[in-house]
Design a protein around this ligand. Sequence first.
Ligand code: E4P
Length: 218
Amino acid sequence: MKFFVDTAEVSEIEELAATGLLDGVTTNPSLIAKSGRPMLEVVREICGLVDGPVSAEVTATDAEAMLAEGRRLADLAPNVCVKLPLTWDGLKACRQLTRENIQVNVTLCFSAVQALLAAKAGATFISPFVGRLDDIGQDGMQLIADICEVYAQYPMLETEVLVASVRHPVHLLHAAKLGADVATLPPQVLKKLVEHPLTDKGLAGFLADWKKTGQSIL
Ligand code: E4P
């Protein structure tokens, strides 16, 4: 399973990229706004920090303008993945950008039939938002199960399921059990994955016992 980080904060990406476990980055207009920086500059910088796909979202709503924005973003670096909303215009732009060998992440997916459309349009990634469905009392993880099941019926579809709007490590666990290809995690959720109180307690015990021996490995 690939791990992306969902942020436009360069310092956080640098810290996580240093682990060697980061496979990509996703941003959206809200995250860019939160960073307070010019979008093109920030996306170019992030693309230099990770080898994998860096999703950068268009803000136009009609297909022609989406294409122009998408091409502009794709020109920034070879690992830019153009993010398009799940609308008819977004799907039209997806089909065309894919033909131009530009990676596309179709975002704001809330149903399995939407995910099927995105796959037919040639999307590289489909981003179902689990947390936002949970927030309105629906079962976000059931959507991941449905999409994985539908895609499995058609092995010729190459679109990867990118679980988005992840709120906690249990979302990631369930997504991994379902075989989702990718999850994009906010930095604080990604950092939590390594934490367990018994790991900390066990390590403290080992180190205390080791100190008593007076030995050194080097
Ligand atoms: C994904 O690409 C989106 O940027 C993100 O996961 C949305 O998450 P949110 O619902 O926490 O805003």
